[in-house]
Design a protein around this ligand. Structure first.
Ligand code: NAP
Length: 308
């Protein structure tokens, strides 16, 4: 295929940045990939793996890029964007992959370069692994990528968004445009609160004095094991998600607590019908996710071994 961008820059060469770089080269979506990471070992490793050309500094990395992808933790996005914005060429696209969009969009839009297209993004794809070795080219296939362009952007901005959408489509993603606040609410429900619950469940099991840590590990059944997989996700990334999506997370958490109280009441009152109805509805939603192609019904919780 003809490359969507002649050159892209990846700032942060971990799971997501490394996967974009691999996929862009493998699928021909970018002619060249230039890399930068604040972690010198990660940058060196990325160069050894060969999914792009390491640059000597962040300004050198972005200087000739048509699109710059910031793939660092959400709390570091503002700093990497500020450090590189002056070196970007006019007309280029400034984007990211952060799991929260409202705060990132605010940071990016305050950078004072009206000749740069700011189009924050979020691929809804990932694993609990981190670092340059964790990425793989097929990560984004059949997964959604949400873009949050300026709602009142001019024709040039719309054209730049179309180009960025074409890039993600070339990587195998399905692209949706959304308002940043809407994104943060939807993701609080589908990703952020589930992670918080998993972190809390594992912490509770670990803290329970009546059960030893050995028993938790030895008798860990599928339910708990699935929680531990989610709770093995990168602590820096998830700290930043909760600090930057505070409002939506607290909102959804309030609803969750109300529903949990209703389930507790049903157990106390031996209200089997309430429990049965709730569990039946959950099963239907799981079926819908499988039917929508966002997971499989296989016993490994739908996670096939990643292709490299
Ligand atoms: P990762 O594997 O940990 O990679 C991030 C890389 O950025 C690391 O090499 C890190 O170095 C580097 N870095 C951190 N702060 C930096 C800074 N100030 N300047 C330059 N480099 C810096 O993380 P990831 O899982 O790819 O996540 C990256 C972004 O993608 C996050 O914003 C996350 O919200 C988003 N995201 C993640 C997933 C997922 O499932 N993981 C899914 C969708 C979106 P150190 O290791 O030294 O910190």
């Amino acid at each position: 295929m003809a490359a969507v961008f002649n050159q892209i820059a990846i700032i942060g060469v971990g799971l997501i940045g490394g996967s974009i770089a691999r996929a862009a080269l493998e699928k021909g979506a970018a002619g060249e990939v230039v890399l930068f990471d604040g972690n010198a070992d990660a940058l060196k490793r990325a160069g050894e793996i060969g999914f792009g050309k390491p640059a000597a500094g962040i300004e050198a990395a972005v200087a000739n890029a048509d699109a710059v992808f910031h793939c660092v933790p959400v709390g570091a996005m503002g700093a990497t964007a500020r450090a590189s914005i002056a070196a970007m060429k006019s007309g280029a696209i400034l984007t990211d992959v952060g799991s929260v969009k409202g705060n990132v969009a605010r940071d990016f839009r305050g950078l004072g370069r009206s000749d740069i297209h700011v189009i924050p993004g979020h691929p809804i794809a990932g694993t609990e692994k981190s670092g340059p070795d964790a990425g793989f080219a097929s990560l984004f296939e059949n997964r959604w990528c949400i873009l949050t362009p300026e709602p009142d952007g001019d024709a040039d901005h719309v054209a730049a968004t179309d180009r960025l959408a074409a890039f993600w489509t070339a990587l195998g993603s399905k692209v949706e445009r959304m308002d940043a606040q809407r994104h943060d609410l939807v993701l609080a429900v589908t990703s952020h609160i589930p992670h918080l619950i998993a972190y809390n469940m594992v912490a509770t099991a670990y803290d329970m004095e009546a059960v030893t840590e050995g028993e938790v590990v030895k008798f860990s059944a599928a339910g708990f094991r699935d929680f531990t997989r989610i709770a093995a996700s990168d602590p820096t990334m998830w700290r930043d998600v909760f600090l930057n999506n505070k409002e939506a997370v607290l909102d959804v958490l309030g609803r969750f607590e109300e529903d949990l109280t209703a389930l507790r009441k049903a157990i106390r009152n031996a209200d089997g019908q309430k429990l049965f109805d709730t569990f039946t509805e959950s099963r239907r939603i799981r079926r819908e996710i499988i039917d929508a192609g966002q997971d499989t019904a296989s016993a490994n919780f739908g996670r096939d071994k990643p292709k490299t």
